[in-house]
Design a binder for this molecule. Structure first.
Ligand code: GSH
Length: 222
């Protein structure tokens, strides 16, 4: 029998890596986890930079191989289990819908929230530019939230009737939108309802409990 490659997820609690962490737990695959402490810059150590030169989480090592980027890792995990358990198969339009979601979350929502939480990434050390970046981040996030709301109208999950890796990503980004560092976010009942459905899944509660041992983040409706 072929030996499956060992999977190791590098993550930080409530970072975007939470989506991959949940997806791995949902998959039932055998994996290990290693916490990378971002506040003390463990992601900038030579050892970690060898694994992921971007110095970011998530990173998934697959035997000798390394995979970075949330979308790629979610797709990989989805493809390791039966089609439709976490991701529809190639050729099914819903698979491309999943990519539409994941890319939107990565390239729009994540970057808008980053411009609020860490405006210096875009503004450097210019205080005035930093304030402008933060303000524009709030505006961008408001527009993107309206798009999420429209797309989720009448949907149980991101792809319709079936849970997928896109929902794990929507869950994490929803948690971020509830952070008190964001000056304002429009009402988002559809997104909130989806996040609450994700939260009801046992795998999600297991992972949040594990992550909270290192960083006790809030689940807003708890
Ligand atoms: N495009 C990457 C972004 C990864 C990313 O920005 N990760 C953050 C945590 S949410 C991180 O590790 N930041 C540490 C740093 O940049 O110093 C993805 O989607 O995985």
């Amino acid at each position: 029998m072929p030996v499956e490659p060992a999977l190791v997820l590098y993550y930080f609690p409530r970072a975007c890596s939470l989506a991959a962490h949940i997806a791995l737990e949902e998959s039932g695959l055998d994996y290990q986890r290693r916490m990378v402490h971002l506040p003390s810059q463990q992601n900038r150590t030579p050892a970690y930079l060898t694994t992921n030169p971007n110095g970011a989480v998530p990173t998934l090592t697959i035997g000798e191989q390394t995979l970075t980027e949330t979308q790629a890792i979610l797709t990989y995990v989805g493809d390791q289990v039966a089609a439709d358990k976490l991701l529809p198969p190639a050729g099914d339009l819903r698979r491309y819908r999943a990519h539409e979601w994941m890319n939107f979350l990565s390239s729009s929502i994540h970057t808008y929230v980053r411009s609020i939480f860490r405006s210096a990434v875009y503004a450097g050390d210019d205080e005035e530019v930093s304030i402008a970046v933060n303000t524009q981040g709030v505006n961008n996030l408001a527009k993107a939230t309206e798009i999420v709301e429209k797309r989720l109208e009448g949907q149980t999950w991101a792809l319709g009737d079936a849970f997928s890796v896109a929902d794990t990503y929507l869950f994490v980004m929803y948690l971020w939108t509830t952070d008190e560092r964001i000056a304002s976010v429009p009402e988002r009942p559809n997104w909130e309802a989806l996040a609450k459905r994700v939260w009801l899944r046992p795998a999600v509660q297991r992972i949040v409990a594990i992550e909270r041992q290192d960083r006790n983040y809030a689940i807003p409706w708890e």
